[in-house]
Design a protein around this ligand. Structure first.
Ligand code: DC
Length: 234
């Protein structure tokens, strides 16, 4: 069977990551969370006091950043590593969510991350989620999904997810953060979040996680068969 690239783009907290992770696992593909990469860069910038208005500092910092994903056998999922250190827990904190959109709008940051993402997806057999995967990183991806959901539902899901990780965050604070990130992510100059022309829209407002996983796995199997004409004849 031929391997394909599955690009899942969409707004924050629509269930992209949870869905993409399970779709990858069902197909035996690698899951790459590109939001985690921008979060790791944001953490690096904060730890190293990189000024967002100093292009030289940014270029130097970006050249020193290596983001990788390592299997956490206990959880059965991949943790994000920044220059060899596990930062999975730290990058999910609210203070990172509050500044990640400011960092991910910077061109030098995007250029470096997109190059890493293309390397990670070169051999195909990947499910990559983010904002610009179907439009910029892999415009030739065989399957593109654009996810959206009602804002209130997204905030509720994010609050529950944070609570499960032991973080109690006020509902209004989450709504404000999602609205702020939507605005920056969709209006920035560099690779703004937008639906690719050939993307399939999946509105997750009324869907259970299992339903959205099934929908995308089925779409993927269809594309894989289309791409593997020999196997569909046998
Ligand atoms: O998916 P997430 O919420 O963890 O992403 C965090 C931020 O990273 C998001 O607000 C925008 C940015 N991002 C991006 O600009 N491009 C991507 N491919 C993925 C995320």
């Amino acid at each position: 069977m031929k391997k394909i690239v599955i690009a899942i783009d969409g707004y924050s907290a629509c269930g992209k990551s949870s869905t993409a992770r399970e779709v990858a696992s069902a197909l035996g593909y690698t899951y790459i969370d590109t939001g985690a990469m921008y979060r790791a860069v944001t953490l690096y910038f904060q730890q190293n006091h990189v000024s967002l208005s100093n292009e030289k500092d940014i270029a130097k910092a970006v050249a020193n950043i290596e983001v990788s994903f390592v299997l956490n056998a206990e959880k059965g999922s991949f943790d994000t590593y920044l220059n060899g250190l596990n930062v999975e827990k730290e990058i999910r904190q609210m203070y990172i969510s509050e500044s990640v959109s400011q960092v991910s709008r910077i061109r030098a940051v995007r250029d470096a991350m997109v190059a890493q993402q293309r390397r990670l997806g070169k051999k195909k057999g990947v499910v990559m989620d983010g904002r610009d995967i179907g439009t910029v990183v892999f415009p030739e991806a065989e399957l593109k999904i654009f996810m959206l959901a009602d804002m209130h539902v997204r905030a509720e899901r994010r609050q529950k997810e944070l609570l499960e990780k032991g973080q109690m965050v006020n509902f209004d604070e989450i709504m404000d953060n999602l609205e702020m990130r939507d605005t920056i992510d969709t209006t920035r100059q560099e690779s703004p979040l937008k639906q690719a022309k050939d993307a399939i829209v999946v509105n997750t407002t009324f869907l259970l996680l299992e339903e959205q996983i099934d929908e995308i796995v089925n779409l993927a199997l269809g594309r894989i068969l289309q791409e593997s004409p020999e196997s569909s004849r046998s």
